[in-house]
Design a protein around this ligand. Structure first.
Ligand code: SF4
Ligand code: SF4
Length: 285
């Protein structure tokens, strides 16, 4: 089962929920798709880490063959090509490696070169296999790294927890595409509702079954809770605001491994999510 954890912005506790949920499952794979700022591995401190480089193909124009017809420039919808000073200029950072320009060039003047954009690291931490995507600084899109992360994980037999990037951009869409169930993490503020609404719209668009975890919960007015009630959204768990949790987190500790109280809380959440996800799967078969 693939469970994606999302939030409308960083700092809501998405990685905290993902890391602790994966550590609670009997055996699981934690996949960090927050490739611009992956930090799940800082908690897991995985052992026996193996690294794989991720590269994409970028067009390379042979000026001697190019006749300046600009077919390639006009084709590229990403504005990754320009024709100036009698030659084609390639803007690597915005190229989506679609290969179209190479196919269309009547002069066969375009070849491809490999460009490293990031890496994937795999390691082990107790019952969790930790898989982390890392995008090189300055790269425009983490989508190729996420595609590779999830493609390589297709054959995993264990339950998978996918720690998504924050927000609702294309990297998030890529991360939830094949998820069986989504957990939306919400903060108890008006701004938190705005962020929750973003990911709520996204999972509806993708027709994914989902539920909400209210993080930093206090027995006071909670706009995120009101939003869920108004929209009849299932609240999976309320994780109390707790200074001890903050301390464990800032010390890079995994709460469920450090304190039985949190272990029991996340076991409840794990059972609820598994049941929800199974019920949803059954109702769609
Ligand atoms: S399509 Fe080929 S020949 Fe035409 S401008 Fe591009 S590289 Fe040059
Ligand atoms: S490979 Fe695709 S995105 Fe990249 S320059 Fe060519 S047409 Fe544009």
């Amino acid at each position: 089962m693939r469970i994606a954890v999302l939030s409308g912005k960083g700092g809501t506790g998405k990685t905290f929920i993902s890391v602790n949920l994966a550590a609670t499952a009997p055996a699981s794979v934690y996949i960090d798709c927050d490739v611009e700022e992956p930090n799940g591995h800082l908690f897991y401190k995985p052992q026996n880490v193996v690294s794989e480089r991720i590269a994409v193909k970028i067009p390379q124009v042979d000026s001697a063959l190019c006749k300046g017809c600009r077919t390639c420039v006009n084709f590229c919808k990403f504005n990754a090509l320009a024709y100036a000073v009698n030659k084609v200029i390639v803007f690597d950072e915005v190229c989506h490696s679609c290969g179209g320009c190479q196919l269309l060039c009547p002069q066969k003047a375009i070849a491809e070169k490999e460009k490293e954009i990031g890496r994937i690291e795999r390691g082990l931490s107790g019952n969790v296999r930790v898989v982390t995507g890392m995008l090189n600084v300055g790269e425009a899109s983490g989508v190729p790294v996420i595609k590779k992360l999830l493609h390589n994980s297709r054959l995993e037999k264990e339950d998978m927890i996918i720690d998504c990037p924050p927000g609702s951009a294309c990297t998030v869409m890529e991360s939830i595409k094949e998820a069986d169930y989504c957990i939306l993490v919400a903060e108890p503020t008006i701004f938190g509702v705005h962020n929750l609404n973003m990911v709520y719209e996204l999972v509806k668009l993708f027709q994914k079954p989902f539920g909400v975890v209210l993080n930093k919960y206090l027995e006071e007015d909670n706009p995120a809770e009101v939003f869920c009630q108004k929209n009849q959204i299932n609240i999976l768990e309320k994780i109390p605001f707790d200074m001890e949790l903050g301390t464990l987190n800032s010390n890079g500790q995994i709460a469920v491994r450090a304190d039985s109280k949190y272990k029991s809380l996340f076991q409840d959440l794990w059972c609820t999510v598994r049941k929800e996800a199974c019920d949803e799967t059954a109702s769609h078969t």
